[in-house]
Design a protein around this ligand. Structure first.
Ligand code: SF4
Length: 359
């Protein structure tokens, strides 16, 4: 069991308080273009995204937020930098949460105005500390970005919020490197009980960014730290959501669509296993594409190279195949169900999976 943090409401959802870790993403469209932004959010909803954030670079973007919100089903977060008036407009437009970078909205009276408006509308604010925009005095004190510097910055802003009796706070302390991020979150988690939004900022392209995020976010989640996650990838935001759920799934924290357990193959392998695994993965993507994977029964699918160890090694799987000389076998929960000609293995397996999940 992880650390129980304070429960914060965002739209109809709760963050923290022992609730399941939520997966969020951010749009990459020009927010002022309502049509393309809504389209991207709908696309994210399809893969199970639970909270979505949009950038608010200017007043024109702030002014279309209610139009976007009207057309989507998940809580909308407004991301504001530099100009407190954008935050006020976002709140007036009905966003469900605000993300502020206090490194660039520093005047207390401006923060005060935002807090007053957020309190009135009962929406939470994420104080998003980024290693790239720490206050100058803190950087001077520590000499460079350190976990302690990030925590001091976060707690300084928390104090300002608390002094104004505002406690609906979510915190994030994102650094571009994994060890600094992990240490910063560990430190802050010991010092306060506000829910934590985890992420590795500027994680990178899908391959390296996925690994960095899995290591950073995964390490923290394993220690029981973190209430919501956002994987940042230089790519389609759908991938961010899928990777986010895979991280949670690998730690047993959430269920999300199918899990393929495929053997690495060895000298005993009797079938073109890599090709079969790719065909099954492609088929599953089509099956799970028209419904949110988070809503479909989660199953484990085994694809094993031989029958010597295959079904036994994959006993936990709901369904699977194991390769033989000219045929393969289909098994369920470790028990052999039928023999299938080798060429039909992936097709038959996909057919059986559809039956299993009622599609
Ligand atoms: S299942 Fe068979 S082919 Fe695959 S790694 Fe194990 S022994 Fe090798």
């Amino acid at each position: 069991m992880g650390k129980i943090t304070r429960k914060i409401k965002i739209g109809k959802l709760d963050i923290g308080g022992g609730r399941p870790v939520l997966v969020q993403s951010m749009t990459k469209t020009d927010t002022r273009n309502v049509t393309s932004t809504v389209k991207q959010i709908k696309d994210l909803e399809k893969v199970g995204c639970e909270i979505v954030r949009v950038a608010i670079p200017d007043m024109a973007a702030a002014k279309v937020l209610s139009k976007i919100k009207d057309k989507i089903n998940i809580p909308l977060v407004g991301d504001v930098h530099f100009d407190y008036r954008l935050a006020l407009e976002a709140i007036a437009q009905g966003v469900d949460k605000l993300r502020l970078n206090p490194g660039n909205i520093t005047k207390k009276e401006e923060i005060g105005k935002i807090i007053k408006a957020a309190k009135k509308r009962k929406i939470p604010i994420r104080i998003g500390i980024n290693s790239g925009s720490l206050e100058k005095n803190i950087l001077k004190k520590y000499g460079k970005v350190t976990p302690e510097a990030m925590v001091e910055s976060a707690l300084g802003f928390v104090r300002i919020f608390e002094n104004l009796s505002f406690f609906d706070i979510v915190l994030s302390l994102k650094a571009a490197d994994v060890p600094t991020t992990i240490k910063a979150y560990e430190l802050i988690s010991r010092k306060c009980d506000y829910p934590l939004h985890l992420g590795i900022t500027e994680a990178g392209t899908p391959f390296s960014g996925t690994i960095k995020s899995a290591v950073g976010i995964g390490t923290l989640l394993f220690k029981g730290i973190g209430d919501t996650i956002r994987v940042s990838l230089t790519g389609n935001p759908r991938e961010e959501v899928k990777v986010g759920f895979e991280i949670l799934k690998s730690l047993g924290l959430r269920q999300y669509g199918p899990t393929i357990i495929s053997c690495p193959t060895c000298g005993r392998c009797k079938i073109p296993l890599i090709k079969i695994a790719q065909e099954v993965e492609k088929g599953l993507a089509q099956i799970y594409n028209f419904k949110s994977p988070a809503l479909i029964k989660s199953i484990q699918i085994a694809i094993m190279g031989c029958i010597v160890n295959g079904p036994g090694e994959a006993k936990e799987a709901d369904i699977g195949i194991a390769g033989g000389q000219h045929f393969g076998i289909l098994f369920k929960k470790g028990k052999v169900i039928k023999k299938i000609p080798q060429k039909d293995l992936s097709k038959e397996l996909l057919k059986e999976i559809k039956k299993l999940i009622n599609i």
